[in-house]
Design a protein around this ligand. Sequence first.
Ligand code: SF4
Ligand code: SF4
Length: 285
Amino acid sequence: MSARGVVLAGVGGQGVVLASAVLAEAALQSDFEVKQSEVHGMAQRGGAVVSHIRYGETVASPVVPLASADVLAAFEWAEALRWMPYLAPRGALVVDARRIVPPGACKDHRTWGVPYPAMDAATVADRAADVLLIDATGIAAGLGNPKAANSVVMGAVSRFLDIADVAWEKAITRFVPPGTEELNIAAFHAGQEAGSVRPEDIPDLGLDPIEERNYRIQVDHSWCKDCGICPTVCPEFCLAMDHAHRLVVVDEAACIGCRLCEALCPDFAIRISVGEPAAMSGGAS
Ligand code: SF4
Ligand code: SF4
């Protein structure tokens, strides 16, 4: 058997590296030789992360050549388009139907005039044998934690690879955070069953024109990793990093509800809602 090639692509915080480790381990558990390589780039700032995995009886190189990946799995739409040249014409494209707008593309935060490519599976249909656009984040959220979206995606990927479920389950158990094994295995199996969705049925974040209202800013500090993205992109300076490099809400009343912070947070840790700002007690965070 010639080596199989898989390309996993997403942005910082989506668990691409963990998903890559799970696939590599599942292939090892199946007695294949495995080679893997990753590019992280500006991952912590919402930048692209890509991982190549090749496995088979013998594998010469860790890099998947152009136009030869058996599967391209993307954790959001623009990254699917970015890495399409790696997919073989006979290959399968799996995409979580999410849009993560790169910070540099957020030029017009009041109207969301964002130059982001239209999500339309038909545009790639003739470039892959199979196209599976799934609501991985929604499925994972329904199971209890949207962060398990990467396991949903890998479940969908497994449909196109010759690796047994028992190997996947061992690999997931080895690599996911302790206490989340059951959730991630459930997410993986949900991905194996997931059907294609229409992009218009996926709720989008922050893409509506802004209304003049009061907004609440809520940060879940148990999920926030203090990456610093949201203070960087907030156009009204509502957010900041304190002396200990911890995220703090400094001016909730100035929030205009653009939801850039919400759309760009890689960890689902910040939420904007309509309502009276909290008293200046820091209670919003
Ligand atoms: S805190 Fe408010 S103004 Fe700042 S990015 Fe978030 S929604 Fe926009
Ligand atoms: S809430 Fe802000 S600082 Fe915390 S993880 Fe999200 S983007 Fe990073």
